[in-house]
Design a protein around this ligand. Structure first.
Ligand SMILES: *[C@@H]1O[C@H](CO)[C@@H](O)[C@H](O)[C@H]1NC(C)=O
Ligand SMILES: *[C@@H]1O[C@H](CO)[C@@H](O)[C@H](O)[C@H]1NC(C)=O
Length: 192
């Protein structure tokens, strides 16, 4: 982490030293300016978020809907080639009626021919208190029948600006009849 930031600072320093020569050639590129970090780097925080993610595929008002599938997806035991758009509730407790703190918006795709392996691509969009409007972006592989699945946190916005970290998902409950699932997410992020 620290190493990464020192590299970015070196890059910024390098860019600021080459800018004058660009200007001399009359090719000043005004779209890029070096800038000091707004917050001292030592102020970076580590946060742990524990949430329950509700994937409701059944009933009259599903929060996960299939939007595309390969012609062969229904012949594949793993549903390979299916794309599901989600706007899943994120709550503090495992019940859907417990306190809502945000929504997981994005999609998951059935990306494995061999097992139930998803590509997850979603923003956790928070709506609660000072986190209202802030997001955390998760992009990773989710083999849903594994005990613990780890996915990278690749960014964030608002209070989670420049977030980096990882999420661990554990299935809390899965209804094989309806396909509805509740998954516990433990998200660890470094951010400002
Ligand atoms: C797969 O779905 C297509 C289109 O809905 C249908 O025509 C086909 O019979 C299905 N195949 C199987 C094996 O269910
Ligand atoms: C979150 O922000 C939106 C838009 O600014 C606002 O409409 C909403 O009332 C806020 N929610 C909470 C719980 O503060």
């Amino acid at each position: 982490m620290g190493k990464l930031f020192s590299i970015s600072i070196l890059v910024l320093l390098f860019i600021s030293t080459i800018t004058p020569s660009l200007a001399k050639d009359g090719e000043r590129h005004s779209f890029l300016q070096s800038q000091k970090p707004a917050t001292p780097l030592v102020r970076q925080k580590l946060s742990h978020l524990r949430l329950f993610w509700h994937d409701v595929v059944s009933g009259p008002d599903p929060s996960a809907v299939r939007v595309a599938q390969a012609a062969s997806a229904n012949q594949s035991a793993t549903g390979f080639g299916t794309l599901v758009m989600i706007d899943d509730a994120l709550t503090l407790g495992p019940e859907l009626t417990s306190k809502l703190v945000g929504r997981a918006q994005g999609f998951y795709a059935l990306a494995s021919k061999e097992e139930s392996g998803l590509l997850m691509s979603m923003n956790f969009a928070f709506t609660e208190g000072k986190y209202n409007g802030s997001t955390v972006t998760i992009l990773g592989r989710n083999t849903v029948f594994s005990e613990v699945r780890e996915m990278p946190v690749i960014g964030g916005s608002g209070l989670f600006r420049m977030a980096q970290g990882y999420a661990q998902a554990r299935t809390h409950s899965f209804n094989p009849k309806t396909g509805d699932a509740v998954v516990e997410y433990n998200v660890f992020v470094l951010h400002y």
